[in-house]
Every structure is written in structure tokens, then in C-alpha cells.
Design a protein around this ligand. Sequence first.
Ligand code: GTP
Ligand code: SPV
Ligand code: MN
Length: 619
Amino acid sequence: MTTTERPTVEVAASAPYAGARTTTDPALLAWVDQMQALVQPDAIVWCDGSQREAHLLTMQLVAEGKLIRLNPEWRPNSFLARTDPSDVARVEDRTFICSVDEGDAGPTNNWREPSQMRAELAEVFEGSMRGRTMYVVPFSMGPVGGPISQLGVQLTDSPYVVVSLGVMTRMGSAPLELIEAGERWVPTVHSVGYPLVDAHGERREDVAWPCNPQKYIVHFPESREVWSYGSGYGGNAILPKKSFALRIASVMARDEGWLAEHMLTIKITSPEGRSYHIAAAFPSACGKTNLAMMRPALPGWRVETIGDDIAWLRPGPDGRLWAINPEAGFFGVAPGTGPATNEVAVETLWGNTIFTNVALRHDGDVWWEGLSEVPPAHLVDWRGEDWTPDSGRPAAHPNSRFTVSAAQCPTIADDWEAAAGVPLDAIIFGGRRASNVPLVVEARDWQHGVFIGATLSSEKTAAAEGRVGELRRDPFAMLPFCGYNMADYWAHWLTVGAGLGSKAPAVFQVNWFRQDAQGGYLWPGFGENARVLEWIVRRVERGASGYDTPIGRMPQRSELDLDGLALDEEALDELFAVDPQTWAQECDSIEAYFDTFDGRVPAALRAELDSLRYKLARM
Ligand code: GTP
Ligand code: SPV
Ligand code: MN
């Protein structure tokens, strides 16, 4: 039998939506066959990415009680998903990098020996889709056919994930055609780990959010594969996003001379009408979406959105660094998103949105902390329980999220889908630091910028399981996402910079989260961050000089537009304070951190540390 003659789809009586085609690609077919034999689904559906398909799957999810339709009067074509309370965030301690050599995963990743992990996976995946449909979802990260774009296929038994993939990626027939034309693609497989039929043929009822207490988010960097088991939460289950576009892509990028980064991308236009492109890396839940959708508080400035979470950067034929947003949608943090903080996001979410773990209003709309100043008197919280403002717990989960198409964003830039990307003028690193790190500082050069990125630290947020608020190193905001040895990744950044030479983007560090003695934020943040972006643009234009400090270049007071801000001198001093003593301690902690990398830290970064210590000592 030739591949084209094979039976196309086996449709289970219980599967209301059944895609109608298969593929002519022998490698893809062989892989799907092999996976089918392992996970034993009742049916296989090849997804075409059509609106009709998304509609039918959504209707199916509503019928099964897995999505709640919101009141179309307030939120047309929008839905609420409530996860199992145990499945609300990324599980970093169950995320594995299975490189052949343990040293290639490095001390910041959980390493497992590949063949041992394969054996474990074979066990948990065996029969894991019994009683369910397996969806085959071909996808493109980046515009279909673009020179920086990459292809992949996700197998999943979660229609919620399929619908999410339809928003977050370009999926279906168009990427499949490229795969059939012989383009490279990455296989990814996902199961919620809740089969409906056991090994003895015994059936059980489905639940609203199937998942498994045992979770595996597994990456094989050499063979470029992803296996995810037990979770339906976005960061664990939407595999093209963190698993492929960051963990696997970072390894591809290392091998091929590009960069896969946890960065937003914007286009910013000055009152003089000059436009620049900026990418910024902040750890999870540290303000990327907000900066990407900023409405500048400074008159005459305009920010347009290109991406809010991931950027792929590649040196272009002109010697500059070009960026694309590989995603097609936003999987953004809901809490804190409101008219006063991120009005653009609020406008983006008018309809066609999937909300996960937010609260439900009695009028059938959604609510979360920060959407309005005064909470509604009565809500159904993210667990489906009654809630009032004095319940003493948040109504929406702190990591509740929205999934929405980027095209729906009112500030989306006209070049956001430019296949070759946009040329970067500046790169920003940031994090949540209650103390020590100033509002803004410019790196002296690329190498110093890599040092700043490598030593980035931030207080932990609800985006991952674990204790919130704890300070940890999060180099390049990539701690949970770098698919290889972090020290080798720093070396790769140095190599890319050497290739760019004088055409490399300028590098900056920002901190919106510095606190006063009472624990209040010193800086108003959000749209007011435009004042910092203005200085960054002026530095790129060589219109501001700043002044040198041991940790980099900071703005002269006169160079920062603080008009109309209620900031006293004391707060300003604190925002830019560089204390030689606490910085000396910071240096000790950096050295101890570098020492965990088994001699792999590039000498250039050790030299940066030495030079920082020298300058601090002479302050
Ligand atoms: P991921 O999607 O997890 O990668 O997060 P992100 O980096 O896109 O974070 P996001 O922009 O969603 O912001 C996370 C939280 O930080 C939200 O609750 C925001 O309201 C808050 N936040 C964002 N920008 C600022 C700021 O400038 N100042 C303050 N104080 N809070 C901010
Ligand atoms: C993050 O945690 O950095 C996110 C959300 O962007 S998730 O896709 O869940 O990882
Ligand atoms: Mn993120």
C-alpha cells in the first residue's frame, strides 16, 4: 500500500469533529503510526486550522463542560476554562533536558539520561490516549514559509490545546504543505495522561480538566523532540511555545548562529517620527506583555506591538540583528491587567478569547484582580466556588491567563508579520528587584551587556510552581527555557555579538520594581515606563550622554523627562542609588554562581566581574 492509499481517518462515534485528510509525507506518517501504536487513541484527527474546525472543537468543549461560554453580549465568542487546582502553572522541577552528555544540559536544567528517560516515557505514554482522540496539529512558528520560521507537529489528546494552538501558532494545512514539500520539522507529543479506558477495557467518566499528578515535560535537544505528559496548562502543553520556540530552538540557534529568546519586541516612534525596534527579556510575569502593549505617558511617543513573549533573532545580510515573533497570539497574565495599567490588552480581549482560571461574573462576563479597582460584590472564583470581596483569597488565580490572537491587538505593528523580521536597535534586560538594581542603566558594550544578561536575577512569580517572591538568578530571563548549558549559551551570545560588531544593538537593563522601605514601588511603571524608553532611544540616537558608573551608564537627571510625575527627590535618588557595599555582595554572589558552571563560564564574563569589582572598590 502506498502512503496515499492508506485509510485516512478512523472516526470514533463519540468524536463530533473529525478532520478529513492525512498526509503524503512518509516520515510524518511513520511517526504518527508509531505514536498511535504507543498511545492507542480511539481516533485520529488531522487538523486543518480552519475556523470551522476551531468552532466545532469549541462547541464540543462546551458540550462536554470543559469550557464555559461567556455572555456574548459582553464577550462574544469567548470562553472560560477552569483547570484542575493542581495544574495551574509550569512545573520546572518536572521539566527535563535529556542531552546525551549531562554537561550539555548544565547545572540550571534537570538532566536525565536519554535512553532511561525514553524507557520511562514509553511506560507512561503506553495507552495514555485510550478512549480519546489524538489530534495531529502541524504548525509554523513565524510566518508560514518565512526565512526565520520553523515547522513542527504536535500530537495531543486535548481539544483545549488544539484550540489554543490555533490562536498561538499558524497551524493546519499551510504548514503541512511545507512539511510535505520536504522542509525540516520538529515532532512534539502531548498527552494529559488521563485515558478513559484502562488496559482491561474498563471505561471511566471524563472530567472537566483531565490531567495526571505525575508530570513530564521532556526535551531531547540532539534529536529535537518534545514529550509532554500529565498537564493541560499552556506552558506545559502548548508545545510550540516554551518547549519548541525556546528550549529546542535555543539549541538549533546555537548550532546555526542565531538566538531564541524570552523577549517581547516593539516598534517605538519618537515625536520626530523616527522609528526604532527594541526587544526586551524579562522573566515570567515581569512585564513583557505590558511593555509590548504600552500606551506611552509621554505625548508624541508611540509604541506598537510585534511580540510579547518570544523573539527569534538572526544576523541579517546587512550585518544587523533581525527579530521575528514566532507566535501568532498572546498567552498573557490576567491579574494586574486593567484600564489603568494595560488598556491595550483590555481592548484586545473584547472577544474571541479563551480565559483560563479567571473569575466568572453573574452576568456571564469575566473578572480578575486589577481589571477594575472595585471588585464585583459577588463572583464565582477560579475554582468554581462562591466568592465575595471578603473571602480572603483571590478570585482569579495569580497565574490566570488569556489566549487571544495577536492580530486583534489595536497596537499591533504593520510589520509584525514581516517574514524577514525587523532590525533591532536596542535590547533590554529586566527583572523584579526590590533593591540594588537601578531604574535604567546602559551596558558599555555588547560584552558588558552579556554580563548583565547572564547575571540577571528576579523575584519568583506565580508563572511557575514554587515559592513566590524568592530572589533567584534568571539569566537572560531564560532560566526555565534554555535547552542547553547556560554558560555555553552565554558564550554563544558573545560569538553572535562578535559577528555583529559595531552593528550590534545597544544593551540596557531596567528595573520597574524597586521598592521603598514600606515595600511600595518607587516607580509608577506601566505607561510611565515610556520616560525610560525615551532615554534609551536618545542614547541610540546619541542625543543623550548619561554618565558612567561602575555598573554602566545612567541618565543625567536633566535627560529624564519627569514632567507631571509625583516623584520626590528622595525616591529618585533611591531609584538610581548604586551602593558599593551591596554591589560588592552582589559580586560575591555572582562569583559563587559562576563557580557552579564547572569552568564553562566564558573568560570574558569573568573579566567583566573583575572589572566591576575594581570599579566598585574605587567608588
Ligand atoms: P509571562 O507571560 O509570564 O512571560 O509574563 P510577562 O513578562 O509578559 O508579564 P506581564 O506583562 O503579563 O506582567 C506580569 C505582572 O506584572 C502583571 O500583573 C502586571 O500588571 C505587572 N506589571 C507589568 N509591568 C509593570 C510595571 O511597570 N510596574 C509594576 N509595578 N507592575 C507591572
Ligand atoms: C511564562 O511563564 O513565561 C509564560 C507563560 O509566558 S507559559 O506559556 O505558561 O510558560
Ligand atoms: Mn513567558
